[in-house]
Design a protein around this ligand. Structure first.
Ligand SMILES: *[C@@H]1O[C@H](CO)[C@@H](O)[C@H](O)[C@H]1NC(C)=O
Length: 375
C-alpha cells in the first residue's frame, strides 16, 4: 500500500467575535429559525414515530432481537476471528499513523470514509469544516485519523487531511453509496467494528465519529471520568446508565482496556447470532446480555442535550457538542440538511454573546431528513 502523502493542514479560519458587519441579515436569519422552533417540535415527534415504524430496531429496547436457530450454534463454535498474523505493511502503517495522531494519553479520533462520502462538497468536507468552525475543536483535527475504505476515499482524504489510513478491502468494493441495511452496508459496518477492536488491542483509546456528525464543541468536558464505553443515543431516557437508552453506534468514546477489548470481540462475534442486523442493532440487543455485566464493562449513554442528532436534536445551541445526521436515509437529503445545520451554527456563532444567551435558538433541520424512508 502506498504511504500517505502528508499535507499541511490549512490554518483553521478564525472566528471574529463581537458584532460583525453582516450581523443584521444573520440576526434576521437567527430570528427566523427561532420562530420555527414551535413548528419543529411537533414534527420531531411525528418523525420519531415514523422512525420507529421503519427501523428494525426496537425503539424502546424491550424486545430482544430474534436470535439464531439451534443449528446455527455450529457457527459460533468456529474459531474466533482475532488477528494473530505477523505484522504486514498495512499493520505497520496503522501503527505509524495512530502513533502520530494520538494525544498524550494514546487517544485518537477516528472516522471512516468511502468514495460516496468523499467527493468534494460531500460529507467529509462538512465534517472537517465543522471542526474548523467549532468551539475549541480545530486543534482536535491533529488527532483525527480518517479510515478510507477504498482508493478514491483515500486519495480524497490525502488532499484534505494529514492522517489517512487505507483499510484493506480484500476484493469488496465499498466505494459506492451504501443504502441502509443492504448487504454491502452491513459488511462495511462490521468491518469497521472489527477494525475498532484492533485499535483497542493496539492500546489506543478512541472517539469514533461517523463523518455525518458535525463537531460544534469539544466533547471531552462532557465525558464521564469512569466510563469504559460512552455512546451517543438515538433516544436518551434521561439517565446515563439506564440500558433502555437507544444507543447510536455513530459516536462513541472507548477507553482501551481488557474490558473493552473483550466487549468488542463479543460484539463482533455476536453478528453471527443476529444475521442481517447491523452493529448498532446488535449493540442494543447485547447490552442486556449478562455476559456484558460479567465482563464488568461500564457503559455510559451520552445525553442528546450535548450529543444530538436528527432523531433527537440537541435543543440548546449554547450546549450542543455534536449533531448527527441520523434518522436520515439518502445522501442528498443528508447533505442538504447538514448544510442547513452548518448555516444555523455559523449564524449562532456570529451573534453577540448577550443574544446567544438570550435567544432560545433551535435548528431549522431536519427538513429532507424528516421522513425515514428508503428511496
Ligand atoms: C438510572 O438507571 C439505573 C439503572 O437502571 C438505576 O439503578 C438508577 O437508580 C437510575 N438513576 C436515577 C437517578 O433514576
Amino acid at each position: 500500500m502506498a504511504k500517505p502523502t502528508r499535507h499541511t493542514l490549512t490554518t483553521p479560519s478564525a472566528h471574529p467575535r463581537g458584532i460583525p458587519k453582516r450581523a443584521l441579515p444573520r440576526l434576521a436569519a437567527a430570528l427566523f429559525f427561532v420562530t420555527l422552533v414551535g413548528v419543529a417540535l411537533p414534527l420531531a415527534v411525528l418523525h420519531r414515530a415514523a422512525v420507529s415504524r421503519h427501523s428494525l430496531e426496537d425503539p424502546w429496547g424491550r424486545y430482544p432481537l430474534p436470535s439464531l436457530a439451534a443449528d446455527d450454534e455450529e457457527i459460533l463454535r468456529s474459531p474466533q476471528t482475532t488477528r494473530r498474523a505477523p505484522k504486514d505493511s498495512e499493520d505497520l502503517e496503522l501503527d505509524r499513523v495512530l502513533q502520530k495522531a494520538s494525544m498524550k494519553d494514546n487517544t485518537v479520533i477516528l472516522t471512516t470514509l468511502n468514495a460516496a462520502w468523499a467527493s468534494p462538497g460531500s460529507v467529509i468536507d462538512l465534517f472537517v469544516d465543522s471542526f474548523r468552525s467549532g468551539v475549541r475543536t480545530s486543534s482536535l483535527l491533529n488527532h483525527l485519523v480518517i479510515i478510507a475504505f477504498d482508493g478514491d476515499a483515500y486519495r480524497q482524504c490525502a488532499k484534505i487531511h494529514h492522517y489517512c489510513f487505507a483499510l484493506g478491502t480484500e476484493g469488496v468494493d465499498f466505494s459506492e453509496e451504501k443504502r441502509f441495511l443492504t448487504s454491502g452496508y452491513l459488511e462495511m459496518m462490521w468491518k469497521r467494528l472489527d477494525f475498532l477492536r484492533l485499535v483497542l488491542e493496539k492500546g489506543y483509546s478512541f472517539i469514533f465519529s461517523d463523518a455525518d456528525i458535525m463537531w460544534f464543541r469539544n466533547p471531552f468536558p462532557h465525558f464521564y471520568p469512569n466510563g469504559d464505553l460512552q455512546i451517543a443515543c438515538d433516544h436518551y431516557v434521561g439517565n446515563a446508565t439506564d440500558l433502555r437508552n437507544i444507543a447510536n453506534g455513530g459516536f462513541n468514546y472507548v477507553k482501551s482496556n481488557e474490558r473493552t477489548i473483550e466487549f468488542y470481540s463479543f460484539w463482533y462475534s455476536s453478528r453471527l447470532r443476529y444475521p442481517g442486523y447491523h452493529d448498532q442493532d446488535v449493540f442494543n440487543a447485547i447490552k442486556h446480555d449478562p455476559y456484558v455485566a460479567d465482563i464488568g464493562l461500564e457503559i455510559k449513554f451520552l445525553s442528546t442535550a450535548y450529543f444530538g442528532g436528527f432523531c433527537e436534536p440537541s435543543r440548546d445551541l449554547n450546549k450542543v457538542c455534536t449533531m448527527h445526521a441520523n434518522c436520515c436515509i439518502g445522501l442528498r437529503s443528508k447533505i442538504h440538511d447538514l448544510r442547513i445545520m452548518m448555516e444555523d451554527w455559523k449564524n449562532y456563532l456570529s451573534l453577540p454573546p448577550s443574544l446567544k444567551r438570550l435567544l432560545t435558538l433551535s435548528w431549522r433541520v431536519p427538513q429532507n431528513c424528516r421522513y425515514y424512508v428508503q428511496q
